[in-house]
Design a protein around this ligand. Structure first.
Ligand SMILES: [Mg+2]
Length: 420
């Protein structure tokens, strides 16, 4: 069943802080501007607190090599220490096709010879190294994330802990998910058939579909699609289905509010990226006007802007992308700030193997929101894990093996060639 924005924030905030009750303790009328949740200075202090916990790792873990490998269409980043420890990551397709030069020239060389235990502090030095900060955004953060994930895998294997446990106690071993349609080429009737198929294949109890036209300045994907589809999804799937909608930056403020009202009418869970992703004030105006929670952040690249969004309630749910935002450590800092303000952090995931990093992230943050995104993928990657990943009753299992949880690096990269 759907849940309104105020109930959502209250329900998801058990164990929250005094700041939370100050922010959410009274009923807010739609359109009323919301008080800042926490001051920027306080959020800055929270964000600067270390997130990576490597207790028990007493000997240096000196990085000897980092290699980019490819097998069929899949890329791997492989790291090895001087003592022979190793780890791997899987980059987000198709980014390695054109970000390989940044990875190989501006990210990998920085890490060679460094102690992997300093990973958290090294990220700042990497940002400054060779003026890398001038490239910040998806183009720098994705290669950084690939190396970070591989190093975290290696550290987890050394400590015999799953990746999530490197950031605190694992809170949950199963993650409820919504299944996401990535389509806009469908008529409302075709989209319903597509959603039915996704729900049947995955067993999802929640779904997400696309509204608007994607960065379309209010134009719909086809005339009348959004207005027909929104009530039709509720009518088709009934009250038990939890519904999410994503406009991918389609609207200005008045149109976003109009579509948001339709989503409120069907008691949707949240409304994602209503306005252009980097127009924070427009997004906040929509969030202030609506009672449905507004989610955003998948294309946010700046620590300071996430801080602004949290301090000013620019959104209700923050969504850093684990690849586009530079990895688990940076995203975990956002989650720490959001948590202090009583806001959930529901990470955005890039396709392919990305959901596995999401599982680790969602296993350890206090409030990951009600559902995580699932774009299918366990059928391809699930058997790499021991025990294999499962999708059951609308939930995915969190990997329990050390590091990212892949049982045998050797088996997975067998036959892969180094990318020159
Ligand atoms: Mg989105």
């Amino acid at each position: 069943m759907g849940i309104d924005r105020r109930q959502f924030l209250g329900a998801s905030a058990t164990g929250g802080t005094a700041a939370l009750s100050a922010a959410c303790g009274r009923e807010r009328k739609a359109g009323e501007s919301r008080a800042p949740a926490l001051r920027m200075e306080e959020l800055g202090r929270i964000a600067s607190t270390p997130v990576l916990r490597l207790d028990g790792l007493t000997a240096p873990v000196v990085i000897q090599s980092i290699r980019l490998l490819k097998k069929d269409k899949e890329y791997f980043v492989h790291v090895r220490s001087k003592d022979g420890a190793e780890g791997i990551s899987l980059p987000n397709p198709p980014r390695p096709e054109y970000l390989t030069s940044i990875l190989k020239q501006l990210v990998i060389p920085f890490f060679i010879g460094k102690d992997a235990r300093d990973l958290e502090n090294l990220l700042w030095e990497l940002y400054r190294w060779h003026d890398n900060y001038k490239l910040y955004g998806l183009a720098l953060w994705s290669p950084q994330a690939w190396v970070e994930f591989a190093i975290l895998d290696m550290l987890g294997r050394i400590l015999r802990k799953p990746m999530g446990a490197l950031f605190g106690p694992v809170q949950r071993t199963e993650i409820p998910f919504y299944v996401a349609s990535g389509r806009r080429d469908t008529t409302p009737e075709q989209e319903i058939e597509h959603l039915k198929k996704l729900v049947a294949e995955s067993g999802a109890k929640a779904l997400k579909f696309r509204v608007g036209g994607r960065m379309s300045r209010n134009a719909d994907a086809m005339p009348g699609r959004t207005g027909t589809l929104i009530p039709l999804v509720r009518k088709t799937f009934g009250d038990a289905m939890d519904i999410h909608a994503d406009s991918n930056s389609s609207y200005d403020v008045p149109k976003a509010i109009e579509v948001g009202r339709m989503l409120e009418d069907i008691k949707a869970v949240y409304f994602e990226e209503p306005c252009q992703f980097d127009h924070l004030e427009q997004t906040k105006a929509v969030a202030d006007a609506l009672t449905i929670p507004v989610a955003g952040g998948e294309q946010e690249y700046s620590d300071w802007r996430f801080m602004w969004m949290i301090a000013n309630r620019g959104v209700d749910i923050v969504q850093p992308d684990l690849h586009y935002y530079g990895g688990m450590i940076r995203s975990m800092r956002v989650a720490r700030m959001a948590d202090a303000a009583g806001m959930p952090t529901t990470v955005h995931i890039s396709g392919g193997f990305g959901f596995v990093y999401m599982l680790h992230f969602a296993s350890v943050v206090r409030d990951p929101g009600r559902y995580q995104e699932y774009k299918l993928g366990t059928e391809k990657y699930g058997a790499w894990f021991d025990p294999p990943l499962t999708v059951r009753d609308g939930k995915m299992s969190v990997p329990v093996g050390p590091g990212v949880g892949i049982a045998s690096i050797k088996d997975v990269i067998q036959g892969a060639a180094e990318v020159a």
